[in-house]
Design a protein around this ligand. Structure first.
Ligand SMILES: *Cc1c(COP(=O)(O)O)cnc(C)c1O
Length: 450
């Protein structure tokens, strides 16, 4: 069993009690060291982030050719930042607080190809597999070769011999499915019970085989992995264990660094950056946070956000048992509208790694997300899917909870908060059909009018 650190048992018990009672919590990771010390304990570094970025740059000409919507970014799959002003004022008013600093939304809801943050990790992993096969079979003349060859009939017919399999609540399947099908792979997506009908329809329209499961995410992944492992020409994109997926997400940090620079936004000891990321299995918030820590060290503060009904990463971190515990063990029902976060058991690999880097996490209630979703439409004209709203109350939690205040004090940031930049990572939304979006919006109105 993992050694319990010098954190009071009573504090842990209090957190676990609140979590089991579905109370929203704000938890600070006291287990972690400063960035320099933390870096010594782990197997990955900036070199891995840069390697992933270089691979995506090699593929950029191919991506631009196959997905013309990526042309403005020269074949990079990247999103913008939107400053939130009316929504910030609304939050300050509603929660009776002042959010010191500026508040931005990272617009991964608009990422090309898949419309969710999964496009970062999943597409990277599929490309890496394709590159590895192409190099092993001498289709490519080294990594200096022209990657637009991936569009050729020679490459496509070669990849048709191979299969890619994935288990998902939906969004991972779209990113893996669309890119794999484009390269010529035969693709099977195992969908858990949460997966929305439109996601299944979209994938089938791209020639992807969709297998529907009546069970949760953990089960769908298990089924997918079993199918794939039985076939040597099959590759399983493993949301629970994949290092490649994780590294694909880390690249976001290098892109964000450039973006902030271009916008004249400083990040340093006097200008702290706070990032709030929706968390399912942990790969996307973990990867982006890991990358950001490589770039900004201790000047970036990374928090993950989970549904009160699906606090798998919170449980994994607080118990220090990572993937050894699931929400079921705590008699939490796992029922959430945030389908992208519907993961009952966290990734052991990501959770353990991120125990050294996450600064904390918090949980959000279903009603709050419904409400914020419709306010985001009314005040900012931005359509997000429910999971993508989880990061938005982050700054409010930081300023209004005792734990958040303690964090600011512990880091000696009291007189620096007016220089802070807060970024809520909007992880998906642009591909949600209008009819589904209208249902979400109405759910929000119902909360407002209650
Ligand atoms: C998957 C997903 C997340 C969370 O990513 P994980 O890697 O599962 O933690 C957040 N938002 C959306 C919309 C997602 O699809």
């Amino acid at each position: 069993m993992t050694k319990i650190n010098n954190i009071e048992w009573s504090e842990k018990v209090q957190y676990l009690n609140d979590i089991m009672n579905l109370k929203p919590v704000f938890w600070v990771n006291k287990h972690k060291d400063n960035f320099e010390e933390a870096s010594k304990k782990v197997a990955y570094s900036m070199a891995d982030v840069q390697d992933a970025e270089a691979r995506l740059e090699r593929f950029a000409p191919f991506i631009m050719q196959e997905f013309p919507e990526t042309a403005p970014m020269n074949g990079l799959i990247e999103s913008g930042l939107t400053k939130l002003t009316p929504l910030k004022e609304y939050l300050e008013d509603k929660y009776n607080t002042t959010i010191l600093g500026e508040f931005y939304l990272k617009r991964d809801d608009t990422l090309p190809i898949a419309g969710t943050i999964k496009a970062r990790g999943a597409i990277y992993e599929v490309l890496k597999y394709a590159e590895t096969l192409a190099l092993e079979h001498d289709l490519l003349n080294g990594i200096e070769d022209d990657y637009t060859k991936f569009s050729s009939e020679e490459f496509q017919s070669f990849f048709r011999q191979y299969k890619i399999v994935v288990g998902t609540t939906g969004n991972l399947g779209i990113s893996v499915g669309v890119m794999s099908a484009k390269l010529g792979f035969e693709v099977t997506v195992h969908m858990s019970i949460e997966a929305k009908q439109w996601k299944k329809d979209l994938l089938r329209s791209k020639g992807v085989t969709v297998i529907e499961h009546e069970t949760n995410f953990t089960e769908a992944v298990w089924q997918g992995r079993a199918q794939s492992d039985a076939d040597p020409k099959s590759y399983f994109v493993d949301d629970e264990h994949s290092v490649e997926l994780f590294l694909g997400y880390t690249v976001a940090a290098l892109r964000l660094e450039k973006q902030l620079e271009e916008m004249g936004i400083k990040v340093n000891a006097d200008h702290p950056l706070f990032v709030y990321s929706p968390c399912g299995i942990g790969g996307s918030p973990g990867g982006t946070a890991f990358g950001l820590k490589q770039v900004y060290g201790d000047n970036v503060h990374c928090f993950f956000a989970q549904p009160t009904h699906m606090p798998s990463m919170l449980l994994g971190q607080i118990t220090e048992q990572f993937d050894k515990v699931s929400v079921d063990d705590f008699k939490i029902d796992g029922k959430t509208c945030m389908d992208g976060l519907a993961v009952p058991r966290t990734s052991g690999f990501v959770a353990e790694l991120m125990s050294n880097f996450f600064d904390g996490g918090y949980s959000v209630e279903e009603e709050e997300v419904h409400l914020l979703l419709s306010k985001m439409v009314d005040l900012e004209a931005i359509n997000l899917e429910p999971a993508a709203l989880a990061g938005v109350p982050g700054p409010v939690r930081l300023f209004t909870t005792a734990e958040g205040q303690d964090y600011i004090n512990m880091k000696n940031l009291q007189d620096k908060m007016q220089n802070a930049t807060h970024i809520a990572w909007a992880t998906g939304g642009s591909m949600v059909p209008a009819a589904d979006m209208e249902v979400f919006y109405q759910e929000g109105l119902a909360v407002i009018n209650k």
